[in-house]
Design a binder for this molecule. Sequence first.
Ligand SMILES: Cc1cc2nc3c(=O)[nH]c(=O)nc-3n(C[C@H](O)[C@H](O)[C@H](O)COP(=O)(O)OP(=O)(O)OC[C@H]3O[C@@H](n4cnc5c(N)ncnc54)[C@H](O)[C@@H]3O)c2cc1C
Length: 430
Amino acid sequence: MEQEQPSPVQKPLLAGKRVIVTGAGIAGLAFPLALRKQWPSKYDAEFPTIVIYERDDLKTQIGREGYSISIRGDALAGGMQALQKIGILEKLLDVSLTGRDNSTHTDGETSQDRGAFCLWDLKWNCLLRMTGKATDTELPAPSMRIKRDALRTVLIAAVDAISHVTMHWRTPCLSAEISPGAEQPVKVCLADDRVDYSDFLIVADGAGSKVRSKLRPTDTLNYAGICMISGTARFGENEIPKPMDKNWGGVLGGGGIGLFVSAVDSRSALWALSYPEIHARDRLAAPMSEEQVQSVLQEALELGRPFMEPLPTLIKATDPSTLTVMNAMDKQPFAHDNGCPIIFIGDSNHAMSPFAGNGANMALCDAWDLAEQLCQSETLEHALRTYDGLSMPRSSKAIDMSHWSISLLHSRGLKLLCYKLCLAVLRLFI
Ligand SMILES: Cc1cc2nc3c(=O)[nH]c(=O)nc-3n(C[C@H](O)[C@H](O)[C@H](O)COP(=O)(O)OP(=O)(O)OC[C@H]3O[C@@H](n4cnc5c(N)ncnc54)[C@H](O)[C@@H]3O)c2cc1C
């Protein structure tokens, strides 16, 4: 009997091409890593030249990156799986706040002791505690809480190690267009008046994407009806007040005001107060004048009145360079035009507010899935259709869920009572 021949490895669509990536955030850094990982060795010599343009400096900006985020391995999030496939999950767990699953740390704690997502009542009694269930037994931990700049540092080091990839810092992209018939059809305009050309453009410049605003001017962010004041409080080593020294999550029952708290590292904790407001506010971030800082801190103390200690302590210990006033904004994903070499991933396609707790997870999954399709599909049309079919439903679901989280955290009266009853029932099953 004739033996079935293994199908020949498809020459990837990006073989020998020049690819520009705008934005060295989570999606923009994960994409080249995912591509490198999935690139068939047979075509190693034709790995594309990748150029990343990033608006900000290499040095982490405290206000922008100085908070912690959750990367999860549940069916919707999938960020842990993406990092594992990319090959950097172990490194990230080493620098995460939560560590590996079931491991005992030098201080005798297990990762279960190290932190969980909680919902508290006003007296900081725990209404719900979730450590994350290991639905995927291949993962060394079901989820992790990690400082955002630690995630970024590991991603940058890994990208740095790939030959054929160059990163340009402090180089914002202003716009992009297609020049049909040109040898390299994508034209990218940079802020320093330079122009660069490529075969493909991966747009990963985040929620406020400049490239999206030029190519899809009506596809703007929607205000989700919630304003937020947040900051990071600094303490001595291991002096973060309980219970956010270990656990993170939200406090219910603030009479329509929401409170989220989380450790950022062993010396810092993030607090975020949120409230419904008809109109979005002007965004405020460092550098602020001393007068502005005092006025925002005073506003936070007043807004936070329904909540007990340690909130006032956190607010008073806030590092002014981390103080922010922002609005919850999001937008639903869009499908790509047939065969268009400009591809939007992460928040640039489907921005989500922090209430989703999922934007970074989605950015990682996008990077993996797009790289996979660009390696395996025979045509760009097929790659984009398959990629959109994976990315759009999950990000849309995450955005819808963020609206539910907003409703829960800001509920009052009968609605709050109903939510509390649901949580009591849920507690019986986890
Ligand atoms: C307070 C807070 C808490 C959060 N918590 C979580 C969480 O727990 N879990 C979770 O999954 N997600 C969380 N998120 C969301 C998550 O951080 C984002 O969804 C995620 O970073 C999106 O990744 P991205 O790569 O698409 O965009 P970004 O990470 O925002 O990266 C975009 C990059 O593009 C750069 N850039 C911008 N404009 C330009 C330009 N014109 N030219 C070149 N470069 C440009 C930016 O400097 C940035 O580096 C949180 C967000 C916030 C604000």
